[in-house]
Each structure stands twice: as C-alpha cells, then as structure tokens.
Design a protein around this ligand. Structure first.
Ligand code: FAD
Length: 317
C-alpha cells in the first residue's frame, strides 16, 4: 500500500521509523533484533536509508597510502524486500541522486517495482567526503525535484529509452525531505520552502522533516509551507538524544539547533545513561504534543538502535 493511502485511511497518528542497512559484514539478524520490539506499535511502514560510496585512504606496507572507494552500508533494496517479507509492512527505500546516473536510477526503480515496493523517499544526498559541494554524476540529477520528475515519468510509462515497446507504468508513492530549520545550503527558509514546493509540484506525495528538538520550529514550518501552497502531509521526524557528544555532533551533521533547556539538562547529566533518559523524556514530550496537534505520522530516527525509540513509543502510542 502507498504511504499516502495509509495516511489518508488513518484514524489517528501513526508510528514509523527509519533504520540503517547493517555495515558490510554485519548480520541482518542484528537489524531484526532492533526492529522486532518496535513492531508492537504497528508501524505501517519502515524507512531504510541509503549510504553512498566513500573514498578512504588505506595504509600500505611500504608506508604509502592507497585510495579506495568503499560502500560501508550496501543492501538498501535487499533489506526493504526482507522487511516486507518478514514483517508484512511497507518498506520505504531512500533513493539518492548522488552516485546515480538517470539510467541507473531507472534500473533501480524497475527492480523495486518487480519486488512490489511501491514507496520511495527521493533525496539528493550530500556531497561526498572531501567535496565541498554536491556533484551529480555526469548523467545524473542535480536536485531531488528532478529525481521526483523521473519517478513520476515512469509512473506515466515514460522510460528514458523512447524506443522500448512496452511502456508499463510504475505506481510509486514519493516522499521528499523538508527542513524546518532550513537546508544548510539554502540562502534562507523561504527560498528553501520554494524549492520544497518544486518537489511537491513535480509529484511528491508527502514530506518527511529533518529531525528537530523544538516543536515550535515544526509548527512554524508547516504554517509557512501551507502559506506557500504546499498542501501534502508533512511528517515530523524525531530523534531522542542519546549521548553528550551528540550535543555538538547533531548540530554539525544535521544543521539543527538544540534548545537551551535540553542542552543545559544534558550538560548537567552525570553520564550517558542519564543523557539517554533525558533524550527519551524530551522525545516523549515532543511526541505527545505533536500527537495532540494531529500530525499524521511521527517518524523516528533510530540510527540503528531501538531501545530508546521503544521507550518513547511505549509512552506515546
Ligand atoms: P534537494 O531538495 O535537492 O535540496 C538540496 C538543496 O538545493 C537545498 O538547499 C535546496 O533549497 C536547494 N535547491 C533545490 N532545488 C533547487 C533549485 N532548482 N535551484 C537552486 N537550489 C535548489 N542522505 C543520505 O545520503 N541517505 C539517506 O538515506 C538520507 N535520508 C534522509 C531522510 C530525510 C527525512 C532527510 C530530511 C534527509 C535525508 N538525507 C539522506 C540527507 C539529504 O540527502 C541531504 O540533506 C541533502 O543535502 C539534501 O537532500 P534533499 O533531497 O533535501 O535535496
């Protein structure tokens, strides 16, 4: 079922979460161990992130270094198929512009279609390590809205090769990313919202937000999106803070603010066990308020660990 139809049919706020494919060499059963307890809260869909290749330097015996391109977390599509098979819920693979030519994208979409995967989250991806700006593949997309256009074309039976004989249309539901605190490259929030609208006008069915710790930021963002003519559901993304180190890591990685009250409490905490508890309680309060406001879904960023998400969900759903 399409995520947008799940949302339309829902009578109350739904629970969903995002997981990472395991590191290369790790066991898929570790992923299941994290998912299993969360199934109690009946997520109708589970997102699976995509991790593009990285260039790493490996030392050689002669003291020199070799440059190698590695993919540390392959397996997004396979993991989606495994989740659908094992849990009988929808899986939403994240699909990137970065690292893909248009043809490679089309081939992945065909594969997803064959597997019965009807949902995708269409993203640009970040620049590769060592690159200052995002560089698309020579025949790839610069922006996520172009990826949305390609997927919608396939939904209309328009393939890249105009000469193919049978143009079976696909039937993908498309989610895109939104940034309540602005995407870090955008000159300001209103231009970023115009760019979000471009994705929706291209055919995105719903938006999932970047994580945020202050609900006012989300509510203001939704108001501004509505004023800009974006009418699709906007799903809030929540992450419970778990370590002291995240106080600086999260703003650095995700370009979001951590409110004063939360950061003061975390700085006062005696260890990371206490921080984890503070993060859980904060996320519960955020979630209860979002639920009361009638958001369609609350989407949790698990970052591969589910015990704190479990405690939040148990208090909210
Ligand atoms: P876009 O919508 O293309 O926007 C990128 C920037 O370009 C923005 O500043 C925007 O304002 C600007 N822009 C857009 N269109 C135009 C235009 N026509 N002209 C000029 N400027 C324009 N990354 C991963 O690598 N893997 C994942 O699995 C992953 N999952 C994510 C899930 C969610 C919910 C979110 C919020 C982010 C996720 N990301 C993931 C991170 C994401 O790839 C980065 O934030 C990336 O930098 C931007 O992606 P986007 O799809 O929002 O890009």
């Amino acid at each position: 079922m399409k995520v947008i139809d799940i949302i339309r049919n829902a009578k109350e706020t739904l629970f969903s979460f995002e997981i990472l494919p395991p590191l290369k060499g790790d066991n898929i059963y570790d992923v299941y161990t994290n998912i299993d307890p969360l199934m109690e809260f009946k997520p109708p869909f589970i997102n699976v992130t995509y991790h593009r290749e990285e260039t790493v330097l490996r030392p050689l015996p002669n003291g020199l270094y070799e440059q190698k391109v590695v993919r540390k977390r392959p397996g997004t599509v396979g993991l989606c198929a495994a989740i659908m098979h094992r849990y009988k819920v929808e899986a939403v693979p994240h699909l990137l512009c970065g690292g893909f030519s248009k043809e490679e994208t089309e081939n992945v979409l065909i594969e997803l279609d064959f597997l019965g995967i009807q949902n995708v989250l269409a993203l640009r991806g970040d620049s590769q390590k060592g690159q200052r700006y995002f560089i698309p593949e020579p025949d790839g997309h610069h922006y996520a809205y172009q990826l949305v256009e390609q997927i919608q074309n396939l939904n209309r039976g328009i393939y890249l090769d105009e000469e193919i004989e049978n143009n079976t249309p696909t039937n993908f539901c498309i989610g895109v990313a939104g940034y309540p605190e602005k995407h870090f490259e955008a000159p300001n929030l209103s231009i970023d919202i115009q760019n979000l609208k471009r994705k929706v006008d291209a055919g995105a069915d719903y938006v999932v937000t970047q994580l945020f710790f202050d609900n006012r930021v989300y509510f203001d963002f939704v108001d501004k999106c509505r004023q800009a003519g974006i009418t699709v559901p906007i799903i809030p993304g929540i992450k419970p803070l778990a370590t002291k180190k995240q106080l600086s890591l999260i703003p650095h990685m995700f370009h979001v603010d951590i409110p004063d009250d939360l950061s003061i409490e975390i700085l006062k905490a005696k260890d990371n066990t206490a921080v984890r508890q503070i993060g859980i309680e904060w996320a519960i309060q955020q979630s209860l308020e979002l639920k009361k406001a009638g958001v369609p879904v609350i989407h949790y960023y698990s970052m591969g660990k589910s015990d704190n998400i479990y405690k939040v969900a148990a208090a909210v759903f």
